[in-house]
Design a protein around this ligand. Structure first.
Ligand code: ZN
Length: 391
């Protein structure tokens, strides 16, 4: 007995549950009965043909018939059924094709109807007719991951300032990741970037040992080895640290670093550039401030804070202390500084002639602030319900 859409008069939860399960079991039975391509076409048309397919009938017999207060609930159920029906139609076809492949080599060979030999006009039976009004098989459209989206926005800001993009390997040597960035062997600053080393390299000299890069700074060294000043680059990419997973830390995350080297570049240029970039990302009312800090490859170094975007820098919201900035009105966002002259020695630049600045920021950290996400792990779990919110 083929399924027919019931006229609904009772719109209670129980009645809807039963109508939906009746429909789904009808769908399953009819899918199981499909044994040929023609069967499948009929099955597809019966369920998803725009004109009078079963899904279309749901709109008429369920949604339009529902009284006002029930419309929302009925609409939600009808919306949920749509992908389920499409999925069943697609899966039935996939089963048919894989079944046919196993059966032998007849697949793909043109079938000549017997009647074609004696009939001057090729004859097609009704079920083979192509109905171009039928909806196609929909594939969900992909979208940029929020981390990549944020990264591209950030890159866009710096592209507009004349920066180009450079990328480099994720497996680096100790030399590029640490030594050339002024982290000598056994320097305590290395402990702040505990990393993952590739095993079995004890026989190699320290500087040649391979590790997963802890920052994208090695790309800056590689770029300076490749081109002479003036240099203006941003280096986006994935980095790794030996950190335990929690709401704000992940052993894998993304960074964007920037480097500008030229004659007469000063700390003022650095401040102006980053102030502009933060305003471009978070809105023109955002303020920045610079705090002394330490990084081995910059001198002087600074941490940059932006005025809290949740409480407008007031430190309080709705009469309560702001949680996002711990009531301080400021949020720490990135590190920066003037390139340490020692670094130029590793890349054959003359520190007497050039100066420059570098900065780096975590992309997830920015995405978390921008989108109000409360757990960094959500970015890596691949849960479509989370990701769909960024379409
Ligand atoms: Zn705040």
């Amino acid at each position: 007995m083929p399924y027919t859409v019931r006229n609904l008069t009772d719109f209670s939860t129980e009645a809807l549950d039963s109508a939906v399960s009746e429909l789904l079991s009808g769908l399953e039975q009819e899918s199981a009965a499909v044994g040929s391509e023609n069967d499948w076409k009929a099955f597809r048309d019966r369920w998803i043909a725009r004109k009078n397919g079963i899904f279309t009938q749901l709109n008429e017999l369920w949604l339009k018939a529902a009284p006002g207060p029930n419309k929302r609930d009925v609409g939600r159920r009808v919306n949920e059924l749509k992908p389920q029906i499409e999925q069943a139609v697609n899966a039935t076809y996939a089963r048919l094709v894989s079944g046919a492949l196993f059966k032998g080599r007849s697949v793909g060979r043109a079938r000549v109807p017997d009647s074609a030999q004696d009939s001057p006009v090729p004859h097609r039976d009704e079920s083979e007719r192509l109905d171009i009004t039928l909806p196609g098989i929909r594939r969900p459209i992909g979208a940029e991951h929020p981390v990549i989206k944020t990264m591209n926005e950030m890159i866009g800001v710096f592209r507009n300032l004349g920066y180009s993009v450079e990328e480099g390997p994720e497996i680096e040597t100790d030399f590029y990741n640490f030594e050339a960035l002024n982290f000598p062997p056994n320097h305590p600053a290395r402990d702040t970037q505990d990393t993952l080393f590739i095993a079995g390299q004890e026989s190699r000299p320290m500087r040649d040992r391979l590790l997963l890069r802890t920052h994208t700074s090695p790309v800056q060294i590689r770029t300076m080895q490749k081109i002479k000043p003036p240099v203006r680059v941003v280096c986006p990419g994935k980095v790794h640290r030996n950190d335990a997973l929690d709401a704000t830390h992940s052993p894998i995350f993304h960074q964007i670093e920037g480097l500008a080297v030229d004659t007469n570049i000063t700390f003022c240029d650095l401040k102006g550039t980053l102030d502009h970039a933060m305003k471009a990302m978070f809105g023109s009312s955002v303020k920045t401030r610079f705090y002394p800090s330490f990084f081995p490859f910059t001198e002087p170094s600074a941490d940059v804070q932006i005025s809290c975007i949740f409480c407008d820098g007031k430190g309080a919201r709705d009469g309560a202390p702001c949680r996002n900035c711990k009531a301080s009105g400021w949020i720490e966002l990135l590190g920066c500084g003037m390139v340490d002259p020692n670094v130029y020695g590793f890349v054959d630049y003359d520190p007497a002639k050039v100066s420059g600045f570098a900065f780096g920021m975590g992309v997830e950290r920015i995405a978390i602030l921008k989108y109000g996400v409360d757990d960094i792990q959500l970015f890596f779990q691949g849960d479509v319900r989370f990701l769909e919110q960024f379409l």
